[in-house]
Structures are given as C-alpha cells and as structure tokens.
Ligand binder design. Sequence first.
Ligand code: Y12
Ligand code: CO
Length: 173
Amino acid sequence: MVREIVEYPSSILQKVSKEVVKFDKNLHDLLDDMYETMMAKSGIGLAAIQVGVPLRILILNLPSGEEDKQDIKDLIEAINPEILTSKGSVTYNEGCLSVPGVYEDITRKEFIKIKYYDRAGNKIIKECDNLMSIAFQHEIDHLNGHLFIEKLSYLKRKKFDKEWKRRLKSKKS
Ligand code: Y12
Ligand code: CO
C-alpha cells in the first residue's frame, strides 16, 4: 500500500524515532509499504517517520549499473541503524520526499561504517562511501528528527523559509 508522505513543516518530522524490538509481520508490512511508497514517489531513500511511523527504520534503493537505474536487488532495509565510525567530507546536492522540489548542497562524512539489522533480525556491518554514505546519513538524521535543510547556512535557510511560505500560501488559495 502506498502511504502518504509527511511533508515539512509537520512537527511529526521532528520526532525522535524509537528502536524496533519486534521483527514481526507488522514490521515486514511496514517495510513493504515503505518500498511501494518510495517507488511511487520516485524516491531513492525513505525513513519510517516520513510515512508517520516513529520507528528507527530506513530503506535505500540507490541507482546503479550502466543505466543508473534502481533495481530491487539493491534494496537496503536498515533497522535500528547506528554509525560506528566516520571520516572524510563530501558535498552532494540532496533532495527529500518530505521537502519536494528543494535540492541543496549538503556536506557530510564521505565514509561511514554502519551497523543495522535486516528484516529477519540479522546484524549487518557495512562500510559505505559516497552516495550510500550520504543517503544513510540523510535517513538517520530523519530518525533523530532532523532534516537536511537544517544544515543550510543562515542566509540559504532564510531564502528557503521565504520560498516555502510563498508555496504554502499559493497551495491554500
Ligand atoms: C542522496 C541524498 C539524499 C537522499 C535521501 C533520499 N531522497 C530522495 O529520495 C528524494 C527524492 C525526491 C523525489 C522527488 O520527486 C521526483 O523527482 C519526481 C522530489 O520531488 C520534486 O523534486 C518535485 C523530491 C525528492 C539519498 C541520497
Ligand atoms: Co529525507
């Protein structure tokens, strides 16, 4: 089932998500819905809080191969993810399904080592670089109630706020 995406400035997006303790059918149904929702909305990453569920779950399906296409075989389902180590610095023009139409250069760690659990409860340790590293950090920020726009400079944030207010006003009328 495709679920509704929670958009900025909803306060839901500021919630700190809770650890998953049961690896059961409810979790599997949520993961399936998150995948359907992400694909329906043309996303490459999604956190559970973006569909209104405050649990520490994220999914990623990054484009790969010669055609740079998404393939379900590359789908990552990460439950209770934790960054163990990080180093370096990389800047990428990020977007977010909860802030549609906004793309901004954000600087993050280039390399991370991450621990998470898959849907069966198996522990996974993975070393990531570039887009995978950026995507994990973007989604883990969601689990802690943060959005990429919070990383903008003061002036860029003011410009964003002004444009977003204008957009919300024109949506109402
Ligand atoms: C690198 C940086 C950030 C991430 C987080 C995951 N972000 C997304 O999946 C964003 C997707 C997105 C898709 C949109 O829709 C279309 O392009 C059709 C969109 O909407 C508009 O631009 C209107 C906004 C964001 C992962 C890796
Ligand atoms: Co996002």
